[in-house]
Design a protein around this ligand. Structure first.
Ligand code: NAD
Length: 501
């Protein structure tokens, strides 16, 4: 599909007074505006509370100042002048009719060619209702393009995801649905494909003959904060594994696409999900570990256990940590474990991928108690962005001892620029009609069916060891054992940081 480089559209943000709109969407739109990436546009903020256009514009201005570019320019007034507000009740047809009227007025006033983006930045229980109303109340009857951008979570399990998908498909075709997984907007996640497919030295080794295991870690230092009510029903498996972790695995494991088009890339990712070995009931504990954080000390401050957080059941069985071993049963990956782990209140905030290569066939540098280190390719996703290649070289001085060395590429160091935020990239992609970095329904369905097997077992068996890891640690001991039994260990994330290299 040809992508319009300077898009024109009316952008409707449902949930415009919410956290996501304020922290991410308005600053991202402003950045696009400032960089001259948008042609004609207007924004309608839609939310429950009553606000005038002027009050809303002031809020947008504040959000840009707080969360966006620190050197806000004079053009902020021009930017916010394109923002309008509609106080809305999501279940009331008359409210949609008024919104439709406003949209038509703005469309002709700004010359927006009948193009509409509907961005749903609100609680998922409203997604289906909104989509149905958009159709019924004719907001989707447009002369230009119409696209639905939808936040996670996309359902709670496969069944609920199917129901939601059916509802939104009444108003939008699959091609018009942009399901956000903001990890796919991250610079270094997008870089996985380039590292793999633009370097002659990696792809030939990218298989079970040369790779011993792959480790994907996404750790947070924050606890559940004020999201207890939501998190109790979700847990780390649904909140992180079903979407972000599995998406990263699919990019690491996919076959080279024939072309870099949306359809080709998505179909290769889907093939990875199809090759994921399903976890049967009796095998969950063999492949997966769950954890829940206990109290602890972080930044010299006492922090409470998950069970003592607000809106959390004091007997909660919800996991705040997951580690798992995934097997991809295809020719390329047979026998190579992909280990994933993610959790809250861990020692460091970090998202990293470690590709561990197999040992050399014969270690000429062997000394008792000392073997050469395996080669590692580390992809640093956040907070720092870069790649580190761990090699062995001769220790300087006499003798032939081998010593580990690291070749390092830090993204910021080279470009000298702040890479755009994931949301900025994804918003721009949705405006110009590039769905590559959004999840297709087939990916959503297959990843839920993988995760559902695990969550069913976990929900039906209370984990007696909870809480089983201290805040500020790297998770429960069982997660270490998961690798130990295969003869591996988690590469410590702080020691392989770019800045420590
Ligand atoms: P929020 O609770 O801060 O905001 C919710 C918004 O929805 C508000 O603008 C509110 O006015 C509006 N709203 C609620 N009920 C309504 C009704 N009946 N009619 C009309 N408007 C109504 O939520 P949030 O944190 O901004 O999250 C929004 C979505 O984005 C959720 O799906 C969430 O899972 C997802 N998300 C949020 C973040 C984040 O950083 N906040 C990150 C990733 C995904």
């Amino acid at each position: 599909m040809a992508h319009t480089e300077k898009p024109t559209a009316l952008i409707m943000i449902f949930g415009a007074t919410g956290d996501l709109a304020n922290r991410k969407l308005f600053p991202s739109l402003y950045n696009l505006f400032k960089k001259g990436k948008l042609d004609k546009f207007a924004v309608v903020g839609v939310a429950r509370r009553a606000l005038s256009n002027e009050e809303f514009q002031l809020k947008v201005k504040e959000s840009v100042k707080e969360n966006g570019d620190t050197e806000t320019n004079a053009d902020i007034d021009e930017f916010v002048s394109k923002f309008y507000y509609h106080s809305h009740d999501v279940t009331d047809s008359s409210s949609y009719l008024a919104l439709g009227k406003l949209s038509e007025e703005l469309d002709s006033h700004y010359g927006l060619n009948g193009n509409r983006i509907f961005y749903l930045a609100m609680a998922p229980e409203f997604f289906g209702t909104i989509a149905e109303h958009l159709k019924k109340d004719k907001l989707t009857d447009v002369s230009g393009f119409k696209r639905l951008v939808i936040e996670k979570p996309f359902g709670h399990d496969l069944e609920s995801a199917k129901v939601l998908n059916k509802q939104i498909r009444t108003a939008f075709t699959e091609d018009e649905i942009y399901r956000i997984d903001h990890y796919l907007g991250k610079e270094m996640v997008q870089n996985i494909e380039v590292i793999r497919f633009a370097n002659a030295m990696f792809e030939p080794l990218w298989n079970n003959r040369y790779i011993s295991n792959i480790q994907v870690t996404s750790s947070e230092t924050l606890g559940v904060e004020e999201r207890g009510r939501y998190y109790e029903k979700s847990g780390a498996l649904r909140d992180m594994v079903q979407n972000h972790m599995l998406q990263m695995v699919s990019l690491l494991a996919m076959e080279p696409p024939i072309k870099l088009t949306t359809d080709e890339i998505r179909s290769e990712k889907v093939r990875v999900f199809r090759a994921l070995r399903p976890i049967k009931d009796g095998e969950v504990n063999e492949y997966f570990v769950r954890g829940q954080y206990d109290k602890g000390i972080m930044n010299e401050k006492d922090v409470p256990a998950y069970r003592n957080e607000e809106m959390v059941d004091p007997e909660s069985n919800t996991e705040t940590y997951v580690a798992g071993k995934l097997m991809i049963d295809n020719f390329r990956w047979a026998g190579v474990p992909f280990y994933i782990r993610t959790g809250k209140r861990m020692k460091a905030k970090s998202t990293k991928i470690v590709i561990q290569f197999k040992d050399i066939p014969m270690d000429l540098y062997y000394q008792p108690e000392k073997t050469v280190n395996p080669n590692l390719l580390v992809i640093h996703i956040q907070p720092e962005e870069g790649i580190t290649l761990h090699l062995n070289a001769k220790k300087s001085g006499q003798g032939t001892d081998a010593t580990p060395v690291k070749l390092n590429y830090a993204n910021k160091g080279i470009d000298g620029l702040n890479t755009p935020e994931a949301y900025e990239k994804l918003l721009f992609d949705s405006l110009r009609g590039d769905a590559t970095n959004f999840t297709h329904w087939d990916e959503v369905a297959l990843s839920w069916s993988f995760v559902d097997n695990i969550s069913e077992v976990w929900e039906n068996t209370k984990e007696a060891s909870f809480p089983n890891y201290a805040s500020g640690s790297m998770g429960p001991d069982a997660a270490d054992k998961l690798l130990e039994k295969d003869g591996f260990f988690w590469w410590p994330i702080t020691e392989i940081d770019v800045e420590n290299c």
